[in-house]
Design a protein around this ligand. Structure first.
Ligand code: HEM
Ligand code: SF4
Ligand code: SF4
Length: 565
């Protein structure tokens, strides 16, 4: 299908500079980009965040498609699979019968087969669009390096498998579009020095297409999606509690949108394939087949070079990224009782439970797989040993963060509590990734910023209330914005008593407030603090109730005496 002029065009002249530029971008971008997953500056991620938040207003975070692109990818896959099984029941896998069988299904039972065919086509397209957005979101959010390398690298082949699944699907219909797809794919593959005989010869004249070849395509159209599914499961191996199922509202919304499209614009064939003539005008599915015109605009070789360079560039991106490395959690065997709470709460499956050397049968302890650790501190928040009430001078917990050990957090809290005076003494626990705390500090509150709000052991709330705070405000990121995926969820559940370690029931809940304020929402946080103070002012002053910790620091003890006086 290449015309003479196109055949004359020097092959690869465009592809080489494009590929070179892409590789330079990859290395430069990666070199400056990796910040341990912390997304701070302005620019595209800021714009993306604004877009996501705007969608929250309409859909709420739980059903916001932008926040659940991975789950939507899975959802569309299942819709395509279920509809594909139905189509297969009526499909004739012979060259002569394929087109007719699809036509019968489309028009003979338009209310069932026709709708299911459209659902199959639109679910596949929607999956491509969703995965493209998911990819762009991870890329501009710079979430490809460090502990995320595995998710990134395992995501790249999925793009190929997804497109190949779609292409073989279009092929099966054996209409004019399928004819174009068959010919163009053959010409594209013939540019590779792999085949002795050009594959394009299989489509040179009608009798050249055999039933066997057609069965092969059918086999590929089943095998490729199966490989895609296997790849999808590998992709989420290092993501604990992966978001693979959209919320009911989002799932139904997506399905009804597909159904509405299927009824409004049913998927139709474009006339039976006729290898004796070339198709003149075709309606192309740009999502799945959008790159085909490039084969003719440039050359098959050029497209291979660009595709190979893009794939290679994406695969090396995580490793080309240099920069800040995150500190990794450390286990202290003496303080680990093997309860496995850290194992259950780690968002990246970085904790494994190992048999304790020299211990009783079945006794285990936690161990951190350094390469998987995000340095979020959620495990420290989960560990029952992370209670500040322990009497030891130095607080050592089962699993701790070297950049902000729990002992340092307790010491900082005690120091700041000692300086809290006057009305409405509030301790604000915040998160480095969410709204900054400087606005609250300016209003006389004691502020403590953690790597992730999930790093906060609930006992610290009680500790602050027992040692001079009138109230505790926990500032969490917005729902769905946790850089470490689930830190905000675990904290909310722990404070609500729904997850271990839970906040004790004896802690007065009216003195605790959880506020969701994302990065850049400092004003919202400051306003919430003001309202909390007003509420606290209507309550009796919270008298320090001493501590089960026998050796409370002198500064704190003095401050408590002063407060009582
Ligand atoms: C069939 C295609 C794909 C599907 C169904 C899919 C699905 C998912 C799901 C369900 C998650 C877990 C989300 C969560 O629970 O927070 C995820 C994470 C991720 N995906 Fe994909 N994905 C696909 C393709 C890709 C591609 C092409 C890339 C990029 C090359 C990619 C990069 C990532 C990364 C980096 C994460 C980790 C995010 C994090 O650590 O917070 N994915 N994906
Ligand atoms: S939560 Fe603490 S005590 Fe429990 S297994 Fe993990 S490190 Fe050990
Ligand atoms: S800091 Fe703890 S919870 Fe976070 S990834 Fe590392 S081991 Fe898992």
């Amino acid at each position: 299908m290449l015309d003479e002029d196109q055949a004359q065009r020097p092959r690869g002249t465009v592809a080489f500079p494009i590929s070179l530029a892409w590789c330079v971008i990859v290395v430069v971008e990666a070199d400056t980009a990796w910040t341990g997953g912390r997304d701070r500056g302005p620019g595209v991620p800021g714009a993306l965040r604004a877009l996501e938040r705007a969608f929250d207003l309409v859909f709420r975070a739980v059903a916001n498609p932008w926040r659940h692109l991975g789950a939507l990818g899975f959802f569309f896959f299942w819709v395509a699979t279920a509809s594909g099984i139905y189509l297969y029941l009526f499909f004739d896998t012979s060259v002569t019968g394929a087109y007719e069988s699809v036509e019968r299904l489309t028009h003979g039972q338009w209310y069932a087969g026709g709708v299911v065919r459209s659902l199959h086509r639109y679910a596949s397209g929607a999956m491509v669009a969703t995965v493209a957005l998911h990819f762009v979101k991870e890329l501009v959010g710079r979430r490809f390096a460090g502990f995320r390398w595995f998710s990134w690298v395992s995501g790249v082949p999925l793009v190929w498998l997804l497109l190949a699944s779609g292409i073989t699907g279009y092929w099966l219909v054996w209409d004019r579009l399928a004819q174009f797809v068959a010919m163009a794919t053959a010409e594209w593959f013939d540019a590779l020095p792999l085949f002795g005989e050009p594959i394009a010869r299989n489509f040179a004249f009608p009798a050249a297409v055999s039933d066997r070849f057609f069965t092969l395509i059918m086999f590929l159209h089943v095998a490729l999606p199966l490989a895609l599914l296997a790849g999808m499961f590998v992709h989420i191996q290092r993501v604990n509690y992966a978001d693979v199922l959209p919320a009911r509202a989002l799932g139904w919304g997506a399905f009804l949108a597909l159904l509405a499209l299927a009824l409004a614009k049913p998927a139709l064939s474009q006339g039976a394939a006729d290898l004796a003539t070339e198709p003149q005008t075709l309606a192309l599915d740009w999502l799945v087949l959008g790159f085909y015109p490039l084969i003719y605009r440039f050359s098959p070789e050029a497209l291979w070079i660009v595709a190979a360079a893009a794939t290679l560039g994406l695969l090396i991106l995580p490793f080309a990224a240099r920069g800040e490395r995150v500190p990794v959690a450390r286990v202290d065997l003496a303080n680990c009782n093997g309860c496995a709470r850290c194992f259950a709460d780690c968002p990246y499956a970085a904790i494994v439970m190992q048999p304790r050397a020299g211990g009783k049968a079945g006794q285990k302890h936690a161990a951190v797989v350094a390469g998987l650790c995000a340095g979020c501190g959620i495990c420290t928040g989960a560990c029952p040993s992370s209670t500040p009430f322990r009497s030891s001078e130095r607080l050592v917990t089962g699993v701790d963060m070297p950049q902000q050990p729990i002992d340092a957090v307790r010491a900082e809290l005690e120091r700041k509590l000692a300086r809290l005076h006057g009305e409405g003494r509030v301790v604000v626990f915040g998160c480095e990734q969410a709204a900054a705390l400087h606005g609250c500090a300016g209003r006389g509150a004691a502020t403590l910023s953690l790597t992730c709000v999930g790093q906060l052991p609930p006992a610290f709330v009680e500790y602050a209330l027992r040692h001079g705070a009138d109230g505790v405000l926990v500032a969490s990121c917005l729902e769905g914005e946790c850089v470490y995926r689930i830190g905000d969820t675990w904290t909310a559940q722990r404070l609500a008593g729904e997850r271990e370690p839970h906040l004790r029931v004896t802690v007065p809940r009216e003195r605790l407030r959880v506020v969701r304020a994302g990065a850049g929402e400092e004003k919202t946080l400051a306003q919430a603090l003001t309202r909390f103070r007003e509420a606290l002012a209507r309550m009796p002053r919270n008298e320090p109730r001493g501590s089960s910790r026998s050796k409370a620091p002198r500064a704190l003890a003095a401050a408590q005496t002063g407060a009582r006086g």
